[in-house]
Design a protein around this ligand. Structure first.
Ligand SMILES: Cc1cc2nc3c(=O)[nH]c(=O)nc-3n(C[C@H](O)[C@H](O)[C@H](O)COP(=O)(O)OP(=O)(O)OC[C@H]3O[C@@H](n4cnc5c(N)ncnc54)[C@H](O)[C@@H]3O)c2cc1C
Ligand code: SF4
Length: 509
């Protein structure tokens, strides 16, 4: 007997594996595994989202006539997901499994090994939810010494005919980044149309109760859980975003402001990652909004670039570079994660805001992840593996194929610039320009030494001093190194001493 194994982030009704035969001839296995919420110490909202979406998906499959074998948390117990797969195959007489490519290298290996040992046949099929297959990406990457998202993205635009005017990019430009970097006005962000949230239904409430009971000590809270958990809700959230929030997404995608956790962002990553709807749908909706004159080109292009460009690129790089990417530590960064990463209790207001909202909502937007939290981790030389575990745990949209390249590659330069031309470091001046965080902070963004020196600013210069030879040799960072060299010996020594004290006392910053 054959069955289709559907993993928690493959809740795709149009999966080729679910379309291959009629529903009545197809057995589907779904497994909730407590161990997957314990591999890292996962935010309660992330676990609740996965479980609720899985239970809704199973309900729909049953309604469509599929035979569903569903293992709830309580049935799976402490058994690992691959071992539970084997148990269920044995108890239901299943000899062959079909599976879409998993999103995580470790899980793929574990399922391969467990099924092989148990003598269960396993066929892994391309996950065509993605717009670029693993093989196509590897072929593209083989043409280049250095991988750059921009070139990949241009090919994807051409190949999928997105925002194209014949052979040329719509509007004569591939990239509108320069139009998309505004801070909010000094008076603040003004009124932001709220994103679309969903009242928990019976299934979600049941899941929330179980998560509270089984994972009481995991981080986060579930009081405000409002994530889309079905394809219908996900499409509603998408339509709402395109109509009400996309027009302002472009200019303000990098802006940050106190008590403004979501800005004009889409909050769609979790729904897309779980396969609740197809990335092609949201790309086409954004393109249509532009064609109908509802959204300007920089906003439409800026949004499409994230999904057709960055999202697909990150997946490609992940599969190309695993398992080495998980161990990469190019800068030999070893400091342990400060305890306040799990509480938000730090004097650095930007970190307090970004981590605080992460623990509350399981969400922070890209610039908070990259230029605040990731930037601090890079400047302070935190261990990449500990930072990676944290990022995988705390975000509702976290799945390893997208989390790891963003953390190891984009934020921490742990893979030595495999696809970035330089480390993304910035001092307090950048955070001051892009937010109002510094106004409520004990530290001063322009101060490099002394008790109120901004840790971002001091550690920025110290990072340059520590990695001077590497930065001098790179045309994109040579100026940073020159600016460091221009400072006199006394000034340099004072900065380095302040930095040393900070690095010895990361827990108290
Ligand atoms: C350190 C770090 C860790 C990250 N971890 C994750 C993660 O675990 N899961 C995840 O989905 N994204 C991750 N990202 C990428 C990005 O920050 C999130 O996708 C985005 O913040 C999710 O919010 P949103 O849906 O409101 O996105 P929006 O800002 O509205 O962007 C639209 C969509 O574009 C895609 N996207 C945007 N940026 C990226 C990117 N750099 N890589 C891949 N896709 C992107 C997402 O699907 C997102 O929903 C990470 C980025 C950084 C710098
Ligand atoms: S002063 Fe420094 S630590 Fe404080 S909010 Fe600004 S950048 Fe962050």
């Amino acid at each position: 007997m054959h069955a289709v194994l559907v993993l928690g982030d493959q809740l795709w009704a149009n999966s080729p594996l679910l379309r291959a035969n009629s529903p009545s001839e197809t057995t589907v296995i779904l497994i909730e595994a407590l161990s997957e919420s314990k591999v890292v110490w996962v935010h309660k909202a992330r676990t609740a989202l996965f479980l609720s979406a899985m239970r809704h998906f199973a309900q729909q499959l049953r309604a469509d006539g599929f035979k569903v074998i569903y293992s709830k948390l309580a049935d799976t117990g402490e058994v690992s997901l691959p071992d539970r797969v084997v148990q269920l195959c044995q108890s239901h007489g299943i000899s062959h499994l079909n599976l879409l490519e998993p999103g995580e290298w470790r899980l793929e290996q574990d399922i391969l090994n467990a099924t092989k040992q148990a003598g269960v046949g396993l066929r892994i099929v391309e996950d065509s939810h993605f717009m670029c297959s693993r093989a196509a990406f590897a072929k593209w990457a083989s043409k280049y010494k250095q991988l750059r998202m921009e070139y990949f993205y241009r090919e994807m635009r051409q190949q999928h005919q997105v925002l194209m005017d014949g052979k040329d990019p719509e509007g004569g430009q591939w990239n509108f980044d320069a139009d998309n970097r505004s801070a909010f006005p000094k008076s603040g962000p003004g009124e932001i149309t709220p994103h679309c949230g969903f009242e928990p239904d019976d299934i979600t409430r049941e899941v929330i109760g179980e998560v509270e009971r089984l994972l009481p000590d995991n981080p986060g809270q579930l009081n405000s859980f409002a994530w889309p958990v079905t394809p219908v809700q996900a499409r509603q959230a998408m339509a709402h975003f395109i109509e009400h929030r996309l027009p302002k997404f472009g200019p303000y995608q990098d802006a940050m402001w106190t008590d403004t956790p979501f800005g004009w962002h889409s909050l769609l990553a979790a729904a897309i990652n779980l396969h609740l709807f197809d990335p092609r749908e949201v790309i086409s909706a954004a393109e249509q909004a532009y064609e109908q004159g509802k959204v300007d080109l920089p906003s439409a292009e800026g949004f499409i670039r994230q999904i057709l460009g960055w999202r697909e690129f990150m997946r490609g790089v992940y599969w190309l570079d695993m398992p080495l990417m998980r161990q990469a530590n190019h800068l030999k960064a070893e400091h342990p994660l400060p305890a306040w990463f799990w509480t938000g209790k730090t004097h650095m207001n930007c970190m307090k805001e970004s981590i605080g909202q992460t623990l509350e909502h399981a969400y922070a937007h890209h610039i908070q992840r990259l230029m605040v939290i990731g930037n601090f981790a890079l400047l302070a030389g935190l261990s990449p593996q500990q930072v990676e575990d944290w990022f995988l745990a705390v975000y509702v949209d976290a799945v390893e194929w997208v989390e790891l390249p963003n953390v190891a590659g984009m934020a921490l330069f742990a893979n030595g610039g495999r696809f970035t031309s330089k480390p993304y470091i910035a001092s307090g001046a950048y955070i001051k320009r892009m937010s109002n965080y510094c106004q409520g902070c004990k530290y001063r963004p322009d101060q490099k030494t002394g008790d109120t020196a901004c840790p971002f600013t001091t550690l920025y210069w110290d990072f340059i001093a520590r990695h001077e030879p590497m930065l001098v040799g790179n045309p994109r960072t040579a100026l940073m190194a020159k600016n460091w060299q221009k400072q006199d010996n006394q000034a340099q020594a004072a900065i380095r001493q302040t930095a040393e004290t900070m690095l010895r006392n990361l827990d108290t910053l």
